[in-house]
Write a protein that binds this ligand. Structure first.
Ligand SMILES: [Zn+2]
Ligand SMILES: [Zn+2]
Ligand SMILES: [Zn+2]
Length: 368
């Protein structure tokens, strides 16, 4: 009996790892995708066809899991079950189920193949996007073409779900299917967010957001993407539609964003720099007029030229406050984020040192 219990525990662990592979399994190549890679072809060349094949292998492997359990139990029993005990019946009922399940699955797959995969969940989803008399194959070839472009984004949402955004498509790949949405008729909204502490010492926090993707086409199923808030910007940049954030959802700022806020607050308190000169666009973002001048104002001793003291920068205003804040934070040691505000940085142009107290907003006084 203890053998059966031991095997059951081992079986649950291994089948859990097959269905939802932990990162150790993935890096060791112990996933259905890697094991059957030679039969799957190239994802880059034939994205949809690759995932149809992959889902078929996944379904077959998953359907064989109960049979593997029966075999394991058979090997681990020391003496056969006594006829007419509950275990005897349970074992045989499970045995029949474990044989019927893969048989039925193989029958369904054979049916799909005979009808040119038209009933496969992926192809069914693609058919909703067929216009006029076109078949799922034409939708598939448009997705395949866009997937080959280098500017698509791929985000691994978790070990088994992947998000792909191409110029026109939003695709969520799952083990058995692909949820699709065409950007032209889709609305995206952030419906939920939750944060988790990853480390007590650094107050490191990871935030996840759930985004609902809804197509206005009839019969296209809406689906949810759950992604790390850090990937949100990438998604927003690639999606041509605005992503609405429900008022009930709060976005936590990253440490860098919070630092930039604190940096700007300090700069607003610093003395201003007045000038009559014409100001050009910020050379960092080219979007806004430059509004920052670095001028030494902190209490550092000028006569002391040690390499930690602030220095005098003679550069004309060339940066905006956001760009200088980003530049400042990019030069800091990531692990020392509690001391960023008291740290120093070098001017992007002349390399002279400055601190946050030396950053002045530029005020233009009208030339007389
Ligand atoms: Zn700028
Ligand atoms: Zn300078
Ligand atoms: Zn200084």
């Amino acid at each position: 009996m203890s053998n059966i219990l031991l095997f059951t525990l081992f079986y649950l662990l291994i089948s859990g790892c097959i269905i939802y592979p932990p990162y150790e399994f993935i890096s060791a190549g112990l996933t259905i995708e890697s094991v059957f890679s030679s039969f799957l072809g190239s994802e880059n060349a034939q994205f949809i066809q690759y995932h149809i094949k992959k889902s078929v292998y996944t379904i077959i492997v998953h359907s064989l899991l109960p049979f593997a359990y029966v075999l394991g139990i058979y090997a681990s029993i020391e003496e056969p079950f006594e006829v007419s005990t509950i275990l005897y019946y349970a074992y045989h009922i499970f045995l029949i189920f474990s044989i019927l399940l893969p048989t039925k699955i193989l029958y369904i797959i054979n049916d799909w193949a005979k009808r040119n995969w038209i009933d496969h969940p992926i192809c069914k989803n693609l058919q909703y996007f067929c216009n006029n008399d076109t078949s799922w194959l034409s939708v598939a070839s448009s997705i395949n073409t866009e997937y080959r472009r280098v500017d698509k984004i791929c985000i691994q949402l978790n070990p088994i779900h992947k998000l792909i955004v191409t110029d026109n498509w939003i695709l969520k790949v799952t083990p058995y299917s692909i949820y699709c949405a065409h950007q032209s008729d889709t609305t995206l909204s952030v419906i939920h967010s939750d944060s988790h502490n990853i480390s007590q010492q650094t107050h490191g926090e990871v935030q996840f957001i759930n985004i609902e993707v809804k197509s206005s086409r009839t019969s296209v199923q809406p689906f949810t993407i759950r992604l790390n808030a850090l990937d949100f910007k990438d998604l927003q940049d690639k999606v041509s539609r605005p992503i609405t954030v429900l008022p009930t959802v709060t976005f936590h700022k990253t440490i860098v964003e919070r630092f930039i806020d604190a940096f700007k607050q300090q700069v607003y308190l610093n003395p201003r720099f007045r000038t009559e000169q014409e100001l050009e666009n910020c050379i960092g973002c080219m979007q806004v007029t430059s509004n920052i001048k670095l001028q030494r104002q902190c209490a550092d001793d000028t006569s002391n030229t040690s390499d930690t003291n602030c220095q005098v920068c003679h550069c004309r205003p060339m940066w905006c406050i956001d760009c200088i804040a980003k530049w400042f934070v990019s030069r800091q040691d990531e692990s020392e984020n509690s001391t960023w505000l008291s740290a120093k940085c070098t001017c992007p142009m002349c390399r002279n040192r400055f601190c946050v107290l030396d950053v002045s907003l530029v005020e233009q006084s009208p030339s007389s």
